[in-house]
Ligand binder design. Sequence first.
Ligand SMILES: Cc1cc2nc3c(=O)[nH]c(=O)nc-3n(C[C@H](O)[C@H](O)[C@H](O)COP(=O)(O)O)c2cc1C
Length: 393
Amino acid sequence: MLRYFTAGESHGETLVAFLSGMPARLEIDQAFVDRELWRRQQGFGRGGRMKIERDSAHIVSGVRHGKTIGSPIAILIANKDWKNWQEILPVEAGDPEKHKRVASPRPGHADLAGALKYNFPEARYVLERASARESTSRVALGAIAKLFLRRLGIEVLSHVIAVGKAALGNAEVPWEKLQELHAKSEVLLNCADAQAEERMKAEVDQALRTGDSVGGVFEVVAHGVPPGLGTYAQWDERLDGMLAQAVMSLQAVKAVEIGTGVGSALSFGAAVHDEIGYSAGQASAFTGFTRASNHAGGIEGGVSNGEDILVRGYLKPISTLRRPLGSVDFATREPVKAAYERSDVCVVPAAGVAGEAMVALTLAKCALEKFGGDSLEETLRNYEGYRQQLKRF
Ligand SMILES: Cc1cc2nc3c(=O)[nH]c(=O)nc-3n(C[C@H](O)[C@H](O)[C@H](O)COP(=O)(O)O)c2cc1C
């Protein structure tokens, strides 16, 4: 069973990521893991923090001589900013004079709810863990899940389909185009259409000018997924439900859509269901069944159907504003402006990368549940048997 946890504070010494259940003998490409971490740090509208950090995964267990050995994988990702925070946020008692309070909770952030829950007089410790710096650990784990999925012929990528009011007209982007986007060494807003990307940039520019922030929508695409992952047999084993929780759990994601689910809810059935055909000659990678469209986003009945899996994450605008909204001082209860701490203004491309990680981890978990295997060879053998069964269907 694939299980994973993360630990670490935003300005602590290091982030920690833990993954257990990955089969032995999977090759780990360290450069690939670090590139995924780099991708999470990119995008127009990121704050100063991303200029300080240059994330790198320091794998300390579970991988030997370049391959997994079946034991739990632990990864450390150092916070370069720690050198400036050692006295502000020490593990030991330290000097209270040096602490850096978050004196007035930010509307939209976890500050107030977290302080009430954990009985903190102010929100420093809340911010430290609620911060999306945590998603770095998930991206490191997701990279390992991607390396595993790749061996099954499955790839996971993302693109941005809206920033604020600027949206990609036709969100049906060919897989090859996504690969091109992924290969770029510079990321603006990770949009497949240059004109739409310029309009998206203008939205971010406006937010930068006015001390505001802006949200948007990313789409994660999983390519090469066989039919049969997830099941309708039990409510918590449905693939759509698992993906929804995985992506919704990312900071600032407030809605998750599978395929064109939202638009489909406002349409007639004949316009949205994906007609089925059969062509033995032009068989897909798995079967001879074909689809005229993919509004379902590759999942029907909680089961993957062999089409690309499409998962969209809807992000609210960042809640730390340079022109802060009204709040209350934790100590005096007097009305004040909400706290401001160096912040991103738009994070949709980065959230897409974190979304990829969550989708990859979910698919890897489902694939391991279906095919099992303590070693990669065993998993691949079982998978090949299933592929033969599909071919013979
Ligand atoms: C990649 C990424 C980066 C983020 N950066 C910031 C940031 O710099 N400042 C901020 O206030 N919120 C940022 N957020 C969003 C907050 O972490 C999030 O709004 C907060 O934890 C409250 O959680 P919720 O929005 O899910 O309710 C970021 C989110 C993501 C996905």
